[in-house]
Write a protein that binds this ligand. Structure first.
Ligand code: AMP
Length: 154
């Protein structure tokens, strides 16, 4: 378990942990892969969130999932993308979290994932927690801890 003082320092600016849904790039499960390819290429994220028309979280889509569908035996066929929907190829088993401010859980899960989708229990997509924001909080903590605490070796 994380020490309470460390946890308190890490969550001093906890509002920064959650990147809210309204500024997270997404595609709809009903979009075709041609559209998704443009979105992924334009915003330069390797993986983005997939939603349904009601703003519910559905999964993740990576550029590799799209380009994989473009491959024919000996060539690349971009036009195939207009006939395949995001919902047909998206990843549906990605780990999600409900509470973005559970630092202990975030630390464990962000070790292997660059970001975590935050999903409410009714399926609404709330936003994402990123490794970058957590690392910034850790960076601040390790540089400031001796301003607030006397650290003595046991
Ligand atoms: P970062 O830690 O900021 O590099 O973000 C890690 C990953 O989170 C990125 O590679 C994206 O896949 C995702 N990500 C971060 N910010 C956004 C955003 N505003 N919209 C969509 N995806 C994002």
């Amino acid at each position: 378990m994380i020490d309470a003082s460390i946890n308190e320092m890490l969550t001093e600016r906890k509002q920064k942990f959650l990147i809210p849904a309204n500024i997270v790039a997404n595609v709809l499960e009903s979009n075709n892969l041609y559209h998704a390819f443009l979105v992924l290429t334009k915003n330069q994220y390797a993986k983005i969130i997939v939603l349904d028309n009601d703003g519910k979280y559905k999964g993740l889509l990576s550029l590799a999932m799209v380009t994989d569908q473009m491959l024919d035996t000996e060539s690349i066929n971009v036009s195939k993308l207009t006939h395949i929907l995001v919902g047909d190829v998206m990843q549906t088993d990605a780990i999600t979290v409900e509470d973005p401010y559970d630092v202990e859980n975030d630390l464990r899960l962000l070790t292997n994932n660059p970001f975590l989708p935050v999903v409410a229990d009714n399926g609404d997509f709330t936003g994402i927690v990123t490794r970058r924001e957590l690392l910034k909080a850790i960076n601040r903590m390790v540089h400031n801890i001796d301003d607030q605490y006397e650290i003595t070796k046991k």
